[in-house]
Design a binder for this molecule. Structure first.
Ligand SMILES: [Fe+2]
Length: 397
């Protein structure tokens, strides 16, 4: 994150003595790009290397589905079975070397702490609220929030109510798009959000308990468990630019125009070879000759996954809350027959959706296969008998 935060107590200067009741604290520099990227400095009661026991390593197994055909797809996810916790309950839908996209409807409490040691995470909270307890402090969240968790952050969910997430995990970094920031890192005028919309941890509780505390670390394409004899949230203070934060999709300020604005105007985050965009309720194109829904386009070098969160698509055939459309590379896509004409005169949309465009092909899991409706690819086909499918009547397809 390109701004400075501080919680708890830190000494006057870096790398000098800092004590808690006479005991010298352990300073940890948690940073990116060697010692040149963004970093935070944390002050621990214990050495963060201290482990009582090295537990099991569990490799990640991805159950791949290689479809027989290359085609547009639609998946319906609303009815998926809930289960697991906020980490074990992640069900991978699609992935490539840059990003993994999962759904999660947890029912169990995390009885351990988790740290992603090899990737950044964006957890889009479709339903639910609660607190992400982290080594940087408490991070409250609610529905509509993107929770951005940088690698190396030890955390545990304390959910309230039923939860439904769309989760992105990436070996790259999650960043605020470069064009939204000036050379000093401040978010510029014209960007669709500002620093005030970004929420850092609010409260740091230093834990001094002793006991048995399992920590599960995602590393080397698997999960390694360690057991600590102290509570891992033993930080008395930290400062820096690296910390988890939330941003609400409802705080994204849509950019509209006289004629149709392209998908990059909806960009929210930049990843390594992928972007995450937010499609929010907004006024539509206002030129008298404008066509408010998009022109057809060919994703020649990208794959487009859209997750429908809420809005007026709910009354339309084929697309429901929690539906996903996947438009893979190499094929054109656009509004279904007749819809461009039908959209003329529309002045606003109430849709809410999250899109992920990847620049490399996505692989699918058998979980995605089981949710695939198998019919979406033919929804542009008019037979002259009855109505054309209205699947995908959203203003951004
Ligand atoms: Fe598209």
């Amino acid at each position: 994150m390109p701004f400075y935060q501080r919680l708890g107590d830190v000494p006057r200067k870096r790398h000098i003595q800092f004590r808690d009741n006479g005991t010298l604290l352990t300073e940890e520099v948690m940073g990116l790009e060697g010692f040149s990227g963004n970093e935070s400095i944390l002050y621990h009661l214990q050495s963060p290397c201290r482990v009582q026991e090295v537990g099991e390593f569990e490799p990640i197994v991805r159950d791949e589905w290689v479809p027989d055909t290359h085609q547009h797809r639609m998946m319906h996810t609303k009815g998926i079975e809930a289960g697991g916790d906020e980490v074990t309950g992640r069900r991978l839908l699609m992935w490539n070397q840059d990003v993994e996209i999962s759904l999660c409807c947890p029912t169990e409490q995390m009885e351990y702490f988790f740290r992603n040691g090899e990737g950044d995470e964006v957890i889009f909270v479709h339903e639910g609220s609660g607190t992400l307890e982290t080594i940087f402090g408490e991070l409250p969240y609610k529905d509509g929030d993107y929770i951005v968790v940088p690698r190396g952050t030890t955390y545990r969910f304390r959910p309230e109510g039923e939860q439904r997430y769309l989760i992105f995990e990436t070996p790259g970094l999650i960043e605020i798009p470069r064009r939204y920031r000036n050379q000093y890192g401040q978010i510029i005028e014209g960007a669709p959000y500002y620093h005030r919309d970004i929420h850092a941890p609010t409260e740091l509780n230093t834990h001094r308990e002793k006991g048995e505390f399992p920590v599960r670390v995602r590393v080397r394409d698997g999960y390694q468990t360690y057991v600590l004899d102290y509570h891992p949230f033993d930080v008395v203070g930290w400062d820096g630019y690296l910390f988890p934060w939330t941003f609400s999709i409802h705080d994204f300020e849509p950019i509209t125009g006289r004629i149709h604005q392209p998908p990059p105007s909806h960009q929210t985050f930049a990843g390594r070879n992928f972007v995450i965009c937010s499609f929010c309720p907004r006024k539509l194109d206002f030129d008298p000759l404008a066509i408010p829904i998009p022109y057809h386009h060919s994703n020649l070098q990208s794959e487009e996954m859209i997750y429908y969160v809420s809005g007026n698509f709910g009354s339309r055939k084929g697309v429901d809350v929690g539906s996903i459309t996947l438009h893979p590379s190499g094929l054109p896509h656009g509004p279904q027959p007749g819809l461009a004409e039908k959209s003329i005169g529309m002045h606003e949309t109430g849709e809410l959706a999250v899109m992920c465009d990847t620049f490399h092909p996505l692989r699918l899991t058998t979980f995605a296969r089981d949710l695939d409706d198998g019919k979406y690819a033919l929804s542009w086909y008019e037979t002259g008998e009855g109505e054309a499918s209205e699947a995908g009547l959203t203003s951004h397809l």
